[in-house]
Design a protein. Structure first.
Length: 317
């Protein structure tokens, strides 16, 4: 099929893009209502708006060069939206078919922004308003919840549990009075030793500084917070879900017309979810380029679910 790229005057392309941008800004996703009069665009509800936007996105993908040439002519008020369109075209140029599938399928609207830098798990935790604490710094330790000297894998006796909590409470009060950062992890009570230099000082220095506070408890390197694990398992859940849906919509048996005819709301909801995963940068944080990558992502997901009480092979999304 011949592209309109060489047939549509630049001014017409600019006008069409401006119309698309105004249509995109008409709907506010945070309050879920129109900001303006939709009848100006010949639409009556959000479904009409989404369908029209889908048509416009498909037109942009079919006329990429003309759109790229016209974007610099748009005013500053559309700078952010222009960046989003460039990102969409870059994905299409790179052969990433999801953007094209979205344009053909749905009318989901344009990206509001290109995905940011994926979150890196540097084990940083904001502690009570203090500066970020990095576990890799070598200055973060913890008193474990269970420091029993028995090899019995069962739970501690109730008296031992109470006794351990009393020890930790006493240590927590002393660490807090000294002004050290203090927080819970999944395995104990973490603390940072201010001024400790792991490159020049040994853990004996930590022992001495604890002793100066009146604390005589064993300690280890710190583990992660419950919040960090919850965030990680949520991200892995969404990444696995996304990959499964991506494989499905790219499979030969996927009938776009049939799915949109029989389950339009479900398909649109799925595509919104996939778009959100892309915006969070999870494709880059957990890349899947081969079977090994896919196994790693599922293995991490399975392990964290097991830690939260599920069966180790529980991979439902």
């Amino acid at each position: 099929m011949t592209s309109e790229s060489n047939e549509t005057p630049r001014a017409d392309v600019v006008r069409r893009l401006e119309q698309y941008f105004r249509l995109a800004d008409l709907w506010c996703p945070s309050c879920e209502e129109f900001h303006g009069d939709p009848e100006v665009f010949g639409i009556t509800d959000k479904a009409d708006r989404d369908d029209q936007m889908g048509t416009e996105v498909a037109w942009m993908l079919n006329n990429r060069q003309a759109v790229k040439d016209a974007l610099p002519a748009l005013g500053e008020e559309w700078a952010e939206t222009c960046d989003s369109v460039r990102f969409l075209l870059q994905k299409a140029d790179a052969g990433e078919t999801l953007a094209t599938e979205r344009a053909r399928l749905f009318g989901m609207g344009h990206p509001t922004q290109a995905p940011g830098t994926p979150a890196t798990r540097t084990r940083e935790t904001d502690v009570a308003g203090r500066a970020d604490v990095s576990l890799e710094s070598g200055t973060v330790f913890e008193f474990g919840f269970d420091e029993s000297e028995t090899d019995d894998p069962g739970p501690l006796p109730p008296d031992a549990v109470v006794g351990r909590l009393e020890q930790l409470l006493d240590a927590a009060r002393k660490v807090r009075q000294a002004g050290w950062p203090l927080w819970f992890t999944i395995t104990g009570l973490a603390f940072e030793v201010p001024g400790f230099d792991p490159e020049d000082e040994s853990e004996d220095v930590v022992t001495e500084r604890l002793a100066a506070l009146g604390i005589d408890l064993p300690f280890t390197w710190s583990s992660r917070t419950p919040w960090e694990l919850s965030e990680a398992i949520g991200d892995l859940h969404d990444r696995v879900w996304y990959e499964r849906k991506l494989v499905w919509i790219q499979s030969p048996g996927f009938d776009r017309a049939k799915e949109m005819r029989e389950r339009p709301d479900i398909i649109r909801g799925m595509l919104r979810g996939m778009y959100e995963v892309e915006q969070r940068g999870l494709e880059n944080e957990f890349p899947v380029e081969c079977d090994f990558d896919w196994g790693m992502v599922n293995g991490k997901f399975s392990a964290l679910r097991w830690a939260f009480g599920c069966e180790c092979d529980m991979l439902d999304t």
